[in-house]
Design a protein around this ligand. Sequence first.
Ligand code: SAH
Length: 354
Amino acid sequence: MTAPLADLLARRIAVAGPIGLDVFMAECLGHPEHGYYVTRDPLGAAGDFVTAPEISQMFGELVGLWLVDRWQAQGAPAPFHLVELGPGRGTLMADALRAARLVPAFAAAATLHLVEASPVLRRRQAETLAGHQPRWHDSLDTVPAGPLFVVANEFFDALPIRQFQRTEAGWVERLVTWDDGFRLILGPGPASLVPEAVRAAPVGAIAEVCPAGLTLAAELGRRIRADGGAALVIDYGPAESAPGDSFQAVRGHQPVDPFAAPGQADLTAHVDFAALARAAAGTGVGVSGPVRQGAFLQALGIDQRCAHLGAASPDRAADLAADRDRLTAPDAMGTLFKVLALHPSGDQPPGFPP
Ligand code: SAH
């Protein structure tokens, strides 16, 4: 079997030298012909991983009600931009818009914008969200100015990271080279990117930085501060910046070597929520959280919603409760997954303790 992306990357390294992990990750996920997201729908039981909205409709419904609540709290601006970053199959947004029918003026005032790199998933989103006339974007940059209400679930974890390692001589970058296979070597700095909070870690420690994530968090903050709105970022990762190597690959629901088959596995890293919060707060926007996903969903009423759905279809009650537990239990998604909100400063969004 030929491995076109591996060959391309190996030739590039042979000619131009080792590449940053961010470049490796971006090519594996987004190469226009051979990238992981470009060539498939990775979600679901037959795919490589399952996300919260694919587990239960309750997830998107509660996110939708949160967005409606924030929109009303700001005086129901009309028109406004309803934005999802990395919408996958469109399931979260479809569930959110169904729940939002409680307040018909919300969808009436919304223009739907989907930031999606994958042509395969764009087709899928067009089916799921037919009737809502979505507009697609390669990045947030082309979403027009104006009030924006944003959700991003398992999006930031897919943004390329750089890794640094503390050596006797200070922090240096870990780079990807190739000799009979891809492997990491130590290159030069710049150490200035290593977050303050982990700079004192011992020799051998690894630090991760996600430049694209920090840039995006700051851009969301700038826009919300200028035009109003709110953003909900949901993903897996620690609440506090900490050293550690979280670069990981998943294929067929199993962890695999991220360097073994470029373009064939989903590559992600833990989201450094403290770093995102700092980047956003620097723009003057209000920041709430991160809180644990379990606590957030419970505060928004997932138990009541689960009981209500179960009462309406008693034969599904046990499955609904199991799905609810998967989203909220500490040993499932309840603790590793965090929720961060950006909003006008002074706002008190539901789901976040004051
Ligand atoms: N939010 C969805 C899907 C999560 S998977 C869910 O919860 O089910 C990550 C999503 O982000 C996919 O839709 C993927 O195609 C998209 N994506 C990943 N990297 C991207 C990038 N750099 N630009 C735009 N979309 C990206």
